[in-house]
Design a protein around this ligand. Structure first.
Ligand code: PLP
Length: 451
């Protein structure tokens, strides 16, 4: 794939672009895929090669790469009022309208929204809000945050501490006071002979035990993705959120739903918490919020946290936090349009309509002797590669087998993501049935070549 000319795009990318979250030996061997444009769910590279993007960018380009309405909404707002922030008592009209819309589509009758530039910053902001409450409500010791192993909540120092991935140890993270419970992945974490219900009960008991050991009055909040995304697309075990929520309510610990991936349709409902039937105390949103057309995150506070934060802020006359581009008017205009497109242009209906076909495609690939589990919800799925299906033993070796599958897919014009030993699929909501057939055909071909 790599063009070895000294001034090739690949060489120029290597020379001055610092790669994050990229397998460097693979890049050295194959070169970066340098992209120029997109059409629907397809992207094109500098050599004119076309790829079906089964990742939708990074879970977020759900309306495809050339939606005219989204580009027009951005252009219109750039022409009208290109930028502003949302503090010192000022904000744009777009910000006012987006906050109204977000509360309208949230599970809450009333509430308030705080804007950031990313999902990481939204999680960071939520943690600071909880710490602010602890201090102002006379419980300064209430600072610990509980998440789960394998969770992904971002890369800032706080959100990376919430993330339950071992790679963060290279940064000396997590910070003190971030506790990671067992990942609720029944297939991998269930004990021999344990039913899914028993597994869920064990997860809830683990939470009870940790609260007892740490002290309920030291815990500021519990954060969870409805379906873990970057952990490898892991839906919760049956009844998980009901069991966990019961424990949290008993100890007055807020439950925060990190809906950066699940929010706005990925699981077939507006919110992942809707799919799993729980109402969190706050929602973290990003990615699909703007269909990927503008970097933006939002903390959507339910009524109780809104009232408490309002009171705490009034007591010291302000909430001292915000980003230069918080509530950027172009971002808000794009988000308003993205929400309209997702909810009213049939995108979420398409997620629901395509889900049975998606599940059938995944089930077919599970017949491969080296695919141990096909899992997912709505239009997010993962195929877990195993060396031995009966014992669930993963493959050994330096380059993970999922990386080899993904590289082979790229060679055949399909972008999908290797995550641990799994290959992840999260197609755009605009995907058509023939495009979904193409996605599975290419993946099946890659599996045949690798195994
Ligand atoms: N939370 C979840 C569930 C995510 O999947 C991500 C990113 O993938 C984040 C938070 C962090 O968002 P960002 O990359 O915009 O900082």
């Amino acid at each position: 794939m790599r063009d070895d000319a000294p001034n090739s795009w690949e060489a120029r990318a290597d020379a001055h672009s610092f790669y994050g979250f990229t397998d460097l030996p693979t890049i050295e061997d194959r070169g970066a895929v340098v992209l120029t444009h997109g059409e629907g769910p397809y992207v094109f590279d500098v050599h004119g090669r076309k790829y079906l993007d089964a990742n939708s960018g990074l879970w977020n380009m759900v309306a495809g790469f050339d939606h005219p309405g989204l580009a027009e909404a951005a252009k219109a707002q750039y022409d009208r009022f290109p930028g502003y922030h949302a503090f010192f008592g000022r904000m744009s009209d777009q910000t006012v309208m987006l906050s109204e819309k977000l509360i309208e589509v949230s599970p809450y009758d009333t509430g308030k929204v705080f804007y950031t530039n990313s999902g990481s910053e939204a999680n960071d902001t939520m943690v600071k809000m909880l710490w602010f409450l602890s201090g102002s409500e006379g419980q300064p010791q209430r600072r610990k945050i509980i998440t789960r192993k394998n969770a992904y909540h971002g890369v800032t120092a706080v959100s990376a501490s919430m993330t339950g991935k071992p790679y963060n140890s290279v940064f000396g993270l997590p910070l003190d006071g971030f506790i990671h419970l067992t990942c609720p992945h029944f297939w991998r974490e269930g004990l021999p002979g344990e039913t899914e219900e028993q597994f869920t009960a064990r997860m809830a008991q683990e939470l009870e035990d940790v609260i007892a050991t740490e002290g309920a009055d030291t815990i500021a909040g519990f954060f969870a993705e409805p379906v873990m995304g970057a952990g490898g697309v892991i839906p919760p075990s049956k009844g998980y959120f009901q069991a966990i929520h019961k424990v949290l309510k008993k100890h007055n610990i807020p439950l925060i739903s990190d809906e950066v991936i699940c929010g706005f349709g990925r699981t077939g409902a507006v919110w992942g918490c809707e799919t799993y039937d729980f109402i969190p105390d706050a929602i973290i949103s990003s990615k699909n919020l703007t269909a990927g057309y503008f970097p933006m995150g939002a903390v959507i506070l339910g009524p109780e946290l809104t009232a408490r934060l309002q009171a705490a802020s009034e007591a010291i006359e302000e909430f001292p936090h915000g980003f230069t581009a918080s509530g950027h008017p172009v971002g808000c205009a794009v988000a308003l349009k993205a929400i309209d497109v997702i909810l009213n242009e049939g995108l979420i209906d398409n997620v629901r309509a395509l889900t049975p076909k998606f599940e059938a495609g995944m089930a077919r690939l599970l017949e491969n002797p080296n695919i141990g589990e096909a899992r997912g919800k709505g239009l997010m799925g993962a195929l877990e590669a195993v060396a031995d299906k009966a014992t669930k033993t993963p493959f050994a070796g330096d380059l993970s087998v999922s990386e080899r599958i993904a590289n082979t897919c790229t060679d055949h014009g399909l972008i999908c993501r290797p995550l641990g030993q799994a290959v992840v699929l999260c197609p755009a909501f605009i995907m058509t049935e023939p495009q979904m057939d193409e996605m599975f055909e290419k993946l099946e071909l890659a599996l045949k070549k690798v195994f």
